[in-house]
Design a protein around this ligand. Structure first.
Ligand code: ATP
Length: 221
């Protein structure tokens, strides 16, 4: 299910997790709460999944999508129909219902043919989209479509983290569980959701994340 380049991505992620002490750091937790606020406010929220995220935490993504609730769509960068079927059926075997991704009927502008394919009622018309372990090209294209892009990517220096609206630098399973916890905490609290979504800054999250990593490194000297 995972493209070989995806295995290298996992290693890159683990290196950053090590630098953060293999725990959720405060700026990530704040971004996870902001992600929950954007998801609760969305008209068409989507949790997007690829080979990496499906291999790492299928149940965490299902639980988050069900709690918001948000649609689920499998959308991969190294696309073959065989791989798509394998990933979607695996999600279904894990309990996911109504997983979008088969029979694409829309395209993400700015990406080449196979990489651009998606579903109109899902990724294409989503206003808020969660992209765990995303590639920089696709994250940029989704931001270019005007979406609120919530990335889960341990590397705060990746192109994905730099372009996402809400860049969460945390391990995927911890991030999904934390966003879910905040969804439950914020549900129905319109004033707080409004306060968070109108004042949130992804740039501040990234700056705080990098400062936190530097402080961890200095403490280890
Ligand atoms: P970009 O294209 O955005 O500059 P990249 O070239 O590193 O980044 P990918 O390898 O596709 O692109 O990105 C996958 C990202 O996922 C990596 O930055 C990596 O840090 C992150 N990652 C890997 N494993 C995990 C994990 N378990 N939890 C969260 N993030 C992870």
């Amino acid at each position: 299910m995972v493209d070989p380049t995806g295995l290298i991505s996992h290693g890159r992620g683990e290196a950053f997790d090590y630098l953060m002490g293999e725990q959720t750091i405060p700026p990530a937790r704040e971004a996870e709460r902001a992600a929950a606020a954007f998801l609760l406010k969305a008209k068409n929220p989507v949790v997007c999944m690829n080979g990496n995220s499906i291999a790492l935490d299928p149940k965490g993504m299902i639980a988050l999508a069900e709690s918001v609730p948000a649609k689920m769509e499998v959308n991969i960068f190294h696309r073959t129909e065989e791989r798509m079927e394998k990933l979607i059926s695996y999600m279904e075997s894990q309990g996911a219902k109504d997983v979008l991704g088969r029979n694409p009927d829309a395209r993400i502008p700015g990406l080449n043919h196979a990489r651009a394919l998606c579903i109109n009622e899902g990724v294409f018309t989503s206003d808020v989209i969660v992209v765990p372990i995303e590639d920089g090209d696709r994250a940029e294209a989704l931001v270019g479509m005007g979406k609120v892009v919530i990335s889960i990517d341990l590397n705060p220096l990746s192109r994905t983290s730099k372009t996402a609206t809400v860049p969460i630098s945390d391990e995927i399973s911890r991030a999904l569980a934390n966003i879910r916890e905040s969804v439950e905490e914020l549900r129905g609290n319109t004033a707080e959701i409004e306060r968070i979504t109108s004042s949130y800054s992804g740039e501040k999250t990234r700056r705080d994340t990098i400062n936190h990593i530097c402080a961890c490194l200095q403490a280890g000297l």
